[in-house]
Write a protein that binds this ligand. Structure first.
Ligand SMILES: O=C(O)CCC(=O)C(=O)O
Ligand SMILES: [Fe+2]
Length: 269
């Protein structure tokens, strides 16, 4: 890539109404998803239906950080979660199909739990550090991020370069979390990312975070293990990892420099 072109992650369009499993449109988008995730563990997903909710969602967020949540705002956020989880399931299905692992779709959906998190990053004060969120990998399965017009998210490419994300109003940033990377025996990377704030405006973002439920044992499928691909990760209960990770001892380790890829450190063979 020439030094004058800023690095970008691929942009993939999910707005086509005909995006149904088995259709030529689905297979085309699926191959784009697989290629983008293999390289970056991340892509930008265009999804037009979100535009109808955009104004209401950020109005809700702005108020939510100031006032007790009103029923109307909760409904908006529930609609948001509905749309984002619909997109999340399509992407997961494409990933599984691209590895020939579609038979695991029901199991992964049944064992998933979804969390909507809303975030506010205040505009930096003069002389403030602009590191609003330190570099980390998401430990969960997959994260879909949606933000207002204030940029700041950066994704690290395989060669260590920090890529500035500039999502459109109709797009989500899709990130592979460590749990999916682990389940796929490392076939797709989980990218380090961080938030750097500059400028004069607050940043609001919403994340739909999917993770395995407690009690479900995350185990690399046999299909991904052979003589050339030894198993890299031990079976584990994600909830036990969270308990371990949030124990005081580990928190101290995290504060003193910590891990970027926490789940992989926990369950590596
Ligand atoms: O606000 C963002 O865009 C990123 C948030 C994030 O990385 C996280 O909550 O794990
Ligand atoms: Fe994150």
């Amino acid at each position: 890539m020439s030094s004058t072109t800023p690095a970008m992650v691929p942009v993939i369009d999910f707005s086509n109404q005909n995006l149904k499993p088995g259709s030529p449109e689905w297979d085309l988008v699926k191959s784009q998803v697989r290629e983008a995730l293999g390289e970056y563990g991340c892509f930008e997903a265009l999804f037009d239906p979100i535009l109808e909710l955009r104004k209401a969602v950020f109005a809700a967020l702005q108020e939510a950080f100031d006032l007790p949540l009103q029923t109307k705002k909760l409904k908006t956020l529930a609609s948001f979660t509905q749309l984002a989880s619909e997109l999340q399931k399509k992407i997961l299905e494409m990933i599984l199909e691209s590895f020939g692992l579609e038979k695991y779709m029901d199991e992964l959906i049944d064992s998933a739990s979804y969390q909507l998190r809303v975030m506010k990053y205040e505009k930096p004060k003069p002389n403030d550090s602009t590191h609003a969120l330190a570099a980390h990998c998401d430990s969960n399965t997959m994260s879909l991020l949606y933000q207002n017009e204030v940029n700041g998210l950066q994704i690290q490419s395989k060669d260590g370069e920090w890529i500035n994300m500039k999502p459109s109003p109709n797009s989500f940033i899709v990130l592979i979390g460590e749990s999916l990377s682990v389940w796929l025996n490392g076939r797709l990377p989980s990218p380090p990312h961080r938030v750097m704030m500059k400028g004069n405006e607050d940043r609001y973002s919403l994340g739909l975070f999917t993770r395995p439920r407690g009690g479900y044992i995350v185990k690399v499928p046999n299909e991904l293990v052979d003589d050339n691909n030894p198993i890299l990760f031990k079976p584990h209960d994600y909830e036990e990892f969270l308990k371990f990770y949030y124990s005081e001892i580990t928190q101290a380790a995290v504060k003193s420099g910590g891990y970027i890829a926490k789940l992989k450190a926990y369950c590596s063979v």
